[in-house]
Design a protein around this ligand. Structure first.
Ligand code: ZN
Ligand code: ZN
Ligand code: FE
Length: 732
């Protein structure tokens, strides 16, 4: 044949354990080309030959139609000499996986598997561990590389002959699906502490939920506690046990139509809910619906059933609270003995467990959509351990330890950063242990030995040694957006609206305007919120009247709702004495103090509660602002005092809480705009925990529309809160 051509195609990324070779095989058969496909330590290598137009058509198919769940990061195509192959083969003898092959995150159940488990004639009818190369557990069952059944918690289950023949058939959807299983050979559900021969544990679980019981359910990355969300009594019982105050619970809802009964949902949100990540999505709730689930805000965190077990359960259910099984802030439970403890302590009445071990603990991911942009608030199930490629840095391998609250860590390997799942608050020793375990696990499955460590610059940072590199908290926030958007090496104005972090002058920073230089390891603080005292240090973030007194100190004595004169005097004395009274420029604390002055909240029982409530009030304001609060900049400081003065006047003249809250939001936006006008930056990177406030983001977006020669960036795939700190640190 005159026109004969042979190519070698090397594909990198998440290309193993995702049905890549069978897909290539089908493309080869369809196009009539010969050759082979195989896994290599680097990814997948394909050689194909035939008439050149057929080879070209084959290449097009491989590039444009890879398997739905693969993630190709690199394709390299070379022409080589034809060898005269007469068929197309999948070569399976070469060792699978190693060096640069990424382990896939867990994937929500696919349409094909869903059809099978609901088909009475299928051998997997109602089988809760059904999966295929397009879906099922991955990261949460992996112990080691390469990704092979023997290195997962499926190793103890021996495939039956039916499963094995699927596993070996290149044209089967389960070809090399490592967790492949069926009712005959795979894992089984059972009720903990009850006779394992119980005929129908799922049905009994369903009945208990309908009866108003609290039920532990083993999911992919840990146990959840579930209960009927429409039953206020059982929800209150759960709040009480978890010492949850009024903090919102996540929901699992049967399907999109059922979600529509309770929430407003747009096309983008629907798409994310139905995606293979299947995260919790924050949706605006319809008037008063399920208000007892999220009392402090206007949103509900909602996810769809994402495993076959959930699908089977939800045949007879509509809306469940689905929260992590743990006491207050400890890591999510993954083992039966932990659940037995929780059952003894009355957290759950019953536990639906199974005999497939969870290797890597992983909570649910949380996402919100604001003005069409996707914000990942918590990266966990479905997203971890995917690597994130960054440009403009060196290729050092490093470990970044993140922040103390909402901790994540990040492992950098060359130009790829692997951000860990949500670990939690490191105040709790169990979370410190969890972090340590996961670091070891990441080093093993990503196969990299970090050569140094990045840590927060706080002088009290525990266990550091001299080779560690210190990164300031808000610098790391700015770097997280910059790295995510390929801005490293350019001068960028980082605008950080945050809770607290240690600053270069030893004060506690939070509302910062940082010029990050071309050498991005350096920054200049060009503007910041003027300092106010935090009487009692950390105590001031729970007892908000301390902040209210501090913010109004310059006005002399004013009446603060719910605050006795005696207590006010003690707080004032504390400020004057300067004992345990650090200075801060935190926007988070300003939100808290303003919420207290407005009479919205005096005690915060969980992080950011007052700010969340302030947002809810502001969203309730329907009128027109006649006189906005003055945004005042003196020297390089945003002065809050003139705003506080006007706010107090408004309060005294009986202006409603909704309007007060809205005008405060507007003041924050005006202050940001004021600084932008003075500095005329070309690129602005917004980050920090306050941008979880979707109203603030929307108001800012609106005002920034007029700035056509300025580029604006937010965090999207990386959390804007402290869970993104380790990612920002990792570029140093
Ligand atoms: Zn499937
Ligand atoms: Zn089987
Ligand atoms: Fe922060």
């Amino acid at each position: 044949m005159r026109d004969l051509k042979r190519v070698r195609i090397k594909v990198k990324g998440i290309v193993q354990g995702v049905g890549f070779r069978p897909t290539v095989y089908k493309h080869a058969i369809n196009n009539g080309v010969f050759g082979f496909v195989m896994n290599t330590p680097e990814g997948v290598t394909i050689e194909a030959e035939g008439p050149s137009h057929l080879v070209d058509a084959f290449i097009k198919d491989v590039v444009e139609s890879p398997p739905r769940i693969s993630r190709v990061t690199d394709v390299d195509i070379k022409s080589i000499d034809p060898e005269g192959d007469l068929d197309f083969k999948i070569i399976t003898s070469i060792a699978v996986g190693s060096k640069n092959v990424e382990i896939s995150p867990d994937i929500a159940i696919c349409k094909d598997c869903e059809r099978e488990i609901l088909d009475t004639k299928n051998r997997r009818y109602l089988y809760p561990f059904t999966n295929c190369t397009n879906c099922g557990p991955r990261f949460t069952i992996v112990k080691d590389r390469p990704y092979d059944r023997k290195n997962t918690s499926m190793s103890e289950f021996v495939m039956c002959s039916d499963c094995l023949s699927e596993y070996k058939d290149p044209l089967d959807r389960r070809f090399h699906a490592q967790p492949n299983a069926c009712p005959k050979c795979g894992p089984k559900v059972f009720l903990l502490g009850k006779n394992k021969a119980n005929k129908d544990p799922i049905n009994e679980t369903c009945k208990a939920l309908i009866d108003g019981k609290l039920v532990g359910i083993k999911s992919l990355g840990g146990f959840n506690i579930a209960c009927n969300a429409l039953d206020n009594e059982v929800v209150e019982r759960l709040r009480d046990k978890k010492k949850r105050g009024t903090k919102a619970f996540a929901l699992m809802v049967k399907d999109i139509d059922t979600i529509r009964k309770y929430c407003w949902i747009n096309e983008k949100e629907e798409k994310i809910l139905l995606s293979r990540v299947a995260p919790i999505v924050l949706l605006k709730k319809k008037e008063l619906s399920l208000d007892h689930i999220s009392k402090d805000n206007n949103y509900l965190g909602v996810m769809l059933p994402y495993t076959p077990l959930h699908k089977i359960l939800f045949r007879d259910l509509e809306v469940l609270v689905m929260t992590s099984a743990n006491r207050a802030d400890e890591p999510i439970a993954t083992r039966d003995n932990e659940m037995s403890e929780l059952m003894k302590e009355g957290f759950v009445d019953m536990v639906l467990s199974n005999d497939r071990d969870i290797i890597n603990r992983c909570d649910d991911s949380i996402v919100q959509v604001v003005d069409g942009a996707v914000f990942v608030i918590r990266r966990a199930r479905g997203l971890v351990p995917s690597g994130i490629r960054i440009k403009g840095t060196n290729d050092h391998n490093s470990m970044s330890m993140g922040a103390d609250l909402k901790n994540t860590f990040a492992l950098k390997k060359g130009h790829t950063v692997y951000l860990s799942q949500h670990i939690g608050d490191l105040e709790d020793q169990r979370n410190i242990d969890y972090q340590r375990e996961q670091i070891e696990e990441f080093i093993r499955i990503i196969e990299v030995e970090p050569s140094f460590k990045n840590i927060d610059a706080h002088p009290n940072y525990a266990n550091f040694n001299s080779s560690d590199k210190k990164v300031f908290h808000h610098h790391a926030h700015a770097l997280s957006v910059m790295a995510e958007n390929d801005l490293l090496g350019q001068e960028v104005l980082g605008i950080i609206c945050d809770g607290t972090g240690y600053g270069t002058d030893g004060n506690i920073w939070g509302f910062e305007f940082l010029k990050v230089l071309k050498d991005y390891s350096k920054f200049e603080r060009i503007f910041h919120l003027d300092y106010f005292a935090l009487p009692g240090g950390d105590k001031a973030s729970h007892e908000l009247d301390r902040l209210a007194v501090s913010l109004t100190e310059h006005l002399g004595g004013i009446d603060i709702p719910g605050l006795s004169k005696k207590r006010a005097d003690i707080i004032k004395a504390l400020i004057r004495s300067d004992i345990n009274c650090p200075m801060c420029s935190s926007l988070g604390r300003l939100f808290d103090g303003v919420a207290c002055l407005c009479g919205i909240s005096t005690i915060a029982s969980y992080e950011a509660q007052a700010a969340i409530m302030l947002q809810k009030y502001a969203e309730g304001f329907k009128g027109q602002v006649r006189e906005p609060y003055p945004s005042t900049i003196k020297a390089n400081k945003v002065d809050y005092r003139p705003m506080i003065e006007k706010l107090v006047l408004d309060i005294n003249s009986g202006v409603g809480k909704e309007e007060l809250a809205y005008k405060f939001h507007l003041w924050v936006v005006d202050s940001i705009i004021e600084v932008i006008n003075r500095t005329t930056p070309g690129k602005v990177a917004f980050s920090g925990g306050c941008f979880q406030n979707s109203l603030l983001v929307s108001m800012l977006n609106m005002r920034l529309k007029g700035y056509s020669n300025m580029d604006i960036y937010f965090n999207n795939d990386i959390p804007t809160n402290d869970a993104g700190i380790s990612f920002g640190q990792s570029v140093i």
